[in-house]
Design a protein around this ligand. Structure first.
Ligand SMILES: Cc1ncc(COP(=O)(O)O)c(C=O)c1O
Length: 555
C-alpha cells in the first residue's frame, strides 16, 4: 500500500467496453471470445476457460478527475461495485496493471494503488505465479454474492402476467447409465460422421462465402432438390425443389403448418393414441383437438368420417405409415376412404411420415401424399431418424401457395436454416452415402427388433405380449393389466432401464396396458440387458398381484 494519492494524472478517462475487451484479451492468451460477429464486444455472463477461471467482463469504469476522490479510489470503488453486483465473479483474473493503466490513460501506480486497496480489503488477491484475481472468499458483508443473486433471479416471480402454460411434450431425461427404451431414436454411434464432416468441409471450402451469408428461407436449393428426388423415387411423391421446404426437424414443420393454417375455434382431429409433441404444436394455435380412436389397423377412419359429419374439421394430423405409438400400418381401404373424406370436406391432412425408411417386412406402403389428387395432404418427414436428431433437419411438402405462407412465417421466426449444414447433408444424398447408410441401418435395426422381441419373451414371459412390428423404430408391447405400469416405469429407472407407460401417448391420459419400446438406439446385448432389468424391476415391485411371478418365471 502506501500509494494513496499517487499517480493522479488529472485526466478523465471513460474507457468503452471495446477497449476493455481488448485489454482483457491482451492480458491472457487463453481468452478467446471477445468480439461478436459484427465486431462488437462479446461478454457472456458466465463464461469460463478451462483450468484457471477467467471470464470476459464488460466494465463500466468512469474515472473523473474533477471529483474530489482520487482516481485510484474511483477505480477501486468501480471494481468493488462490479464484484458486488456479480459482473466480476470470484476467481476472475484482472488485467495486468500496466495494460489497464494504458487503457484507462492513467499512471500505472494509480492502478497498483487501486488494486492494492482492494487486496487490503480482501476483495482481490495475487498469486505467486503472477496476476491479480477476484478473491474466491469475498469479505463478510458483501452480501449480494453472485451465485446467490443468480439464484434469487431464477426464483424471482416475474413482475408481469405469464399467461397460460405452454403445453409440453418433452420426454424426461434419464440418468446416463440408464438403458433407454423410451425413444425411437437412431443409434447415433453408427451415424456416418466422417462422411458428414468431409462433406461439411468440402461445402465450406467450395461455397463458403455463399453459405455463410443469408440464403433461401425455404432451405438450401441443393438439399431441397435432393429431397425432392428421393421422395419422388422412393415414395412416388410428386415433389420438386419448389414444393419442398426444409425445417429444423419435423417438429418445426408441424409448428409452421399449424401456424399457417390454424387458429382459435378450428377443430383438428388427432389419433387418440398419438404423438404428444404434435399435439403441443397444434394446441399452441388455439385450435381444439379432438381424439379419434386407434385400433390394431391405425386410426379408425369410420369414426373420423362421422366426426367430420358432426362438425367442420379443419385438419387431421396422423401417422399412417407406422402409427405412433402402436406402429400399425394403415390399410389401403382406410387410406382411400380418408383421402376421399378429406377431399369432400376440404380438410387438410397432415401426414407425419417420421420413420418411413425403416420398414422390414414386405414393401413400405406409399404415403397418402403420393395418392393425393385433391391437394389436401401436407407431407412431413425428417432426417432425425435416418441420421441423428441433433442435426435438426426435417422437411415438409405442400402446395406452392402454402409454401409461400410458411416461408413468411419462418422468416419472422428464424430467417433461414443453416445453409452450410444443409449443403453438406445434400452432398451425403448426392454421393450416395445416405442411401448406403439407410440400407445398412435397416438391416441392423431389423436384427435389433428381433433381438428385443426375443429378450422380452425370455425375461418377461407372459407379462408382455409382443409381435414384431413390420417397420418403425419401436415396438408396442401389450402388458398384463395387473401390472401397475407407472410404478414399473419408475422402478425401471432405479434398475437402469428407461421406458414410459403407454398412458403417456393417450390423448385423455387414461390407462393403457401397453408400452412403446424403442429398439434402434441399443445393440442386441444392450437390449437383452434392458429387458433383464425390466424383469428385475418388476419382480422387486411390491407383490400387488401375480405380476412379478410372470416376470420371474420368464427370466
Ligand atoms: C411421430 C413423430 N413425429 C415427429 C417427431 C419429431 O422429430 P424431429 O423434430 O426430430 O424431426 C417425432 C420425434 O420423436 C416423432 O416421434
Amino acid at each position: 500500500m502506501g500509494q494513496r494519492g499517487q499517480g493522479l494524472e488529472g485526466q478523465s478517462v471513460q474507457s468503452g467496453p471495446a477497449s476493455w475487451a481488448e485489454l482483457v484479451q491482451s492480458t491472457s492468451s487463453k481468452l478467446v471470445r471477445f468480439r461478436g460477429p459484427a465486431g462488437e464486444p462479446y461478454c457472456p455472463a458466465v463464461e469460463e476457460v478451462r483450468g484457471e477461471q477467467m471470464r470476459s467482463w464488460q466494465h463500466t469504469v468512469v474515472l473523473d478527475p474533477s471529483r474530489s476522490e482520487p482516481l485510484f479510489l474511483q477505480l477501486s470503488d468501480a471494481l468493488q461495485q462490479d464484484i458486488r453486483c456479480g459482473r466480476l465473479r470470484p476467481g476472475t483474473r484482472l488485467p495486468g496493471s500496466r495494460s489497464l493503466a494504458e487503457t484507462l490513460g492513467v499512471h500505472r501506480n494509480t492502478v497498483l494503488a487501486g488494486y492494492g486497496e482492494l487486496i487490503a480489503q480482501g476483495w482481490l488477491n495475487t498469486r505467486p505465479a503472477g496476476g491479480t484475481f477476484v478473491a474466491r472468499d469475498l469479505p463478510p458483508g458483501s452480501t449480494r454474492m453472485p451465485r446467490e443473486r443468480l439464484k434469487a433471479r431464477l426464483s424471482l416471480a416475474p413482475g408481469f402476467p405469464l399467461g397460460p402454460p405452454v403445453p409440453s411434450a418433452r420426454i424426461p431425461d434419464f440418468p446416463p447409465d440408464v438403458l433407454v427404451l423410451a425413444k425411437g431414436a437412431p443409434d447415433v454411434r453408427r451415424m456416418p460422421a466422417a462422411e458428414l464432416s468431409r462433406a461439411y468441409r468440402r461445402a465450406l471450402a467450395r461455397h463458403g462465402r455463399a453459405l455463410l451469408g443469408y440464403g433461401d428461407p425455404r432451405g438450401h436449393p441443393r438439399l431441397r432438390a435432393a429431397l425432392a428426388e428421393m421422395l419422388a423415387s422412393t415414395r412416388a411423391l410428386p415433389a420438386s425443389e419448389e414444393t419442398v421446404f426444409i425445417t429444423r426437424g419435423s417438429q418445426m414443420a408441424l409448428d409452421l403448418i399449424a401456424r399457417a393454417l390454424l387458429g382459435p375455434g378450428d377443430v383438428v382431429a388427432v389419433e387418440g393414441l398419438g404423438h404428444p409433441g404434435a399435439w403441443a404444436a397444434l394446441r399452441l394455435t388455439g385450435a381444439s383437438l379432438v381424439p379419434v380412436p386407434v385400433d390394431a389397423h391405425g386410426v379408425n377412419v369410420a369414426a373420423l368420417a362421422s366426426l367430420a359429419e358432426q362438425r367442420p374439421l379443419r385438419a387431421i394430423y396422423l401417422t399412417p405409415h407406422h402409427q405412433f405409438p402402436t406402429t400399425s400400418v394403415l390399410p389401403a381401404a382406410r387410406r382411400m376412404a380418408l383421402l376421399e373424406l378429406a377431399r369432400r370436406h376440404r380438410t387438410v391432412v397432415i401426414e407425419d411420415d417420421y420413420d418411413h425408411e425403416f420398414h422390414y417386412d414386405g414393401r413400405p406402403v406409399l404415403p397418402l401424399a403420393s395418392r393425393d389428387e385433391a391437394g389436401v395432404v401436407i407431407y412431413v418427414g425428417t432426417l432425425s431418424k435416418v441420421l441423428a436428431p441433433g442435426l435438426r433437419i426435417g422437411y415438409l411438402v405442400a402446395p406452392g401457395a402454402l409454401i409461400a405462407r410458411i416461408t413468411e412465417l419462418r422468416v419472422s421466426t428464424d430467417l433461414q436454416g443453416d445453409q452450410a449444414h444443409e449443403c453438406a447433408v445434400a452432398e451425403l444424398f448426392e454421393d450416395g452415402d445416405l442411401v448406403r447408410h439407410v440400407r445398412r441401418m435397416r438391416r441392423v435395426y431389423r436384427g435389433r427388433r428381433d433381438a428385443l422381441v426375443e429378450a422380452l419373451r425370455t425375461h418377461l414371459g407372459s407379462v408382455v405380449q409382443v409381435m414384431p412390428p413390420a417397420g418403425g423404430m419401436a415396438l408396442w408391447a401389450r402388458v398384463d393389466p395387473a401390472v401397475d405400469l407407472d410404478r414399473w416405469s419408475e422402478r425401471g429407472v432405479e434398475h437402469g432401464v428407461g421406458f414410459l407407460p403407454g398412458r403417456r401417448y393417450a390423448f385423455d391420459g387414461g390407462q393403457v396396458h401397453a408400452v412403446r419400446l424403442g429398439f434402434t438406439p441399443l445393440d442386441e446385448q444392450e437390449l437383452d440387458e434392458a429387458a433383464r432389468r425390466m424383469a428385475t424391476a418388476l419382480r422387486e415391485m411390491a407383490p400387488r398381484s401375480s405380476q412379478a411371478r410372470g416376470a420371474s418365471q420368464g427370466s
